[in-house]
Design a protein around this ligand. Structure first.
Ligand SMILES: NC(=O)c1ccc[n+]([C@@H]2O[C@H](COP(=O)([O-])OP(=O)(O)OC[C@H]3O[C@@H](n4cnc5c(N)ncnc54)[C@H](OP(=O)(O)O)[C@@H]3O)[C@@H](O)[C@H]2O)c1
Length: 437
């Protein structure tokens, strides 16, 4: 059956928007399916590109765009508002929406999905998580037959660039971050990336796709990577591990465990081997086991591929039923082994004081590691704790933090290890051993 091409209006002609237009112009064969009719941007005159067909209308008047009644709008403006207002307006007039906007979805996905469903429109957002990696299609369609249990991954390229570089060199976070900013991997204000907000927003979207439930962004515990030092990488290596910013959500009865922050992962695992700004996500299913997706998590053209793919999927499925994401509860994290790093002004009795505080909370020590060569007034050492609940651990750390020998605040990182790998942590090397190959 011959269908007319989908008439598409582009909202935002920045990095992603201009790349979407470029793909549509460079692939004329897609013109049978998708036809770009309008480009909207503020101060649009400075955006005009001479490679766009003259049939495309450039406008800074959003009313003019909606009056043309496009079949679909692509929202690549970013931010929660006014992008959200425009997405609502489109869905209300039964215009489908393709968006790359994880912040908008993290804040309002249930409302927008409901609006789409009640108006018979579609809301697509493959580009909102892991850029060009076809993760959402893969999970939504490819894994629909499984009962999914856990989604975990590296969702923020900037943090992964910083941590994977720190693992390979001996430079402090400040130097690596400044380099990342110079190379365009990190924003002038890097907090959304390094403090976990960006990955948490993507996790909300992924949880929606995997579990059809909506986690509130503010309920997801987040830990910054800013406190990670070169010493942490050296100690992690002795445990057969490295450090990555991990975003994880797993179903737990009626609730979900969720976490975004730095964690110890095995050096040889997919997460440990993931370098630079690459993204990698592993989905664990009850029946099918683990499946991973990896690739460029950002970049104009990679992200635009996801947007164009969404547009093409709109042309194929006009009668798809909408979906709803009821609110979900985030529960306390499960018991896990922890890496505890202390930086102290050295004196006798420190280890005994820490061990006693942990013992009072019934937390078992696994290993103690101390590398030579550090100054006595800022001596880092590490204790690994056997799997324990977070609340008693926090209690012990509060008590320990009040002691007077600290040169830095103690750091606690979860050790997200495969069951097989936990054996290697349990058999952690004694002082002086070095398991490096
Ligand atoms: N870049 C990536 O690699 C990437 C990857 C995945 C997802 N995304 C998502 O894609 C979306 C767009 O990102 P981007 O990198 O393309 O951003 P961008 O380069 O800043 O582009 C946004 C465009 O929207 C325009 N705009 C912003 N606010 C506007 C307003 N109030 N009225 C009219 N026009 C407005 C901007 O105009 P000005 O030029 O005047 O600012 C700019 O042309 C975001 O939601 C982002 O999270 C981006």
């Amino acid at each position: 059956m011959h269908r007319k091409p989908l008439r598409v209006a582009l909202l935002g002609f920045g990095t992603v928007g201009s790349s979407v237009a470029k793909i549509l112009v460079e692939r004329p064969e897609l013109g049978h399916h998708v036809q770009l009719t309008h480009i909207f941007n503020r101060d649009v005159a400075r955006k005009r590109a001479n490679w766009m067909p003259s049939s495309v209308v450039w406008t800074e008047n959003i009313d003019e765009l909606f009056a043309a009644k496009p079949d679909a709008v692509v929202e690549v403006v970013g931010g929660v508002e006014p992008a959200g207002e425009w997405v609502r307006r489109a869905l209300t007039q039964r215009t489908s929406v393709v968006t790359a906007n994880k912040m908008l979805l993290a804040a309002h996905a249930p409302e927008l999905l409901h609006l789409a469903a009640t108006n018979g429109a579609q809301l697509r957002f493959e580009a909102a998580v892991a850029g060009g990696v076809p993760l959402i299609h893969g999970v939504r369609e490819g894994l629909a037959g499984d009962r999914l249990m856990r989604v975990s991954g590296i969702l923020n390229g900037t943090s992964n660039y910083i941590l994977s570089r720190m693992a390979g060199c001996d430079e402090p976070m400040s130097v690596v971050l400044a380099d990342a900013q110079r190379l365009g991997y990190a924003e002038a204000d890097p907090s959304a990336d390094v403090d976990g907000h960006d990955a948490a927003a993507k996790l909300v979207v992924l949880a929606g796709i995997a579990f059809r439930r909506h986690l509130r962004l503010s309920d997801i515990p987040r830990q910054s990577i800013r406190t990670i030092s070169g010493a942490d990488f050296r100690y992690a290596r002795r445990l057969g591990c490295t450090i990555r910013q991990i975003a994880m959500v797993e179903s737990a009865d009626e609730a979900f465990h969720a976490f975004v922050g730095p964690a110890l992962v095995l050096r040889g695992s997919q997460f440990g081997l993931n370098m630079g700004a690459n993204n990698v996500v592993t989905i664990a299913g009850h029946y099918g086991g683990e499946n991973s997706f990896s690739g460029a998590g950002a970049g104009g053209l990679a992200t635009a591929v996801a947007v164009v793919s969404d547009l093409l999927s709109l042309t194929q499925r006009t009668h798809e039923r909408g979906e709803e994401w009821p609110a979900a509860r985030v529960a306390h994290p499960p018991a896990r082994p922890y890496y505890l790093r202390f930086v102290v002004r050295d004196r006798p009795g420190i280890l005994a004081a820490i061990a006693a505080a942990l013992a009072r909370q019934r937390i078992n020590l696994d290993a103690v590691l101390q590398e030579p060569g550090y100054p006595k007034d800022a001596l880092p050492f590490v204790i690994t704790a056997e799997a324990c609940e977070e609340a008693p651990l926090r209690g012990a750390l509060e008590e320990i933090s009040a002691l007077d020998f600290h040169a830095e605040r103690p750091l606690a990182l979860p050790m997200l290890l495969h069951p097989v790998a936990q054996e290697s942590a349990t058999g952690a090397p004694a002082l002086g051993d070095d398991p490096r190959p």
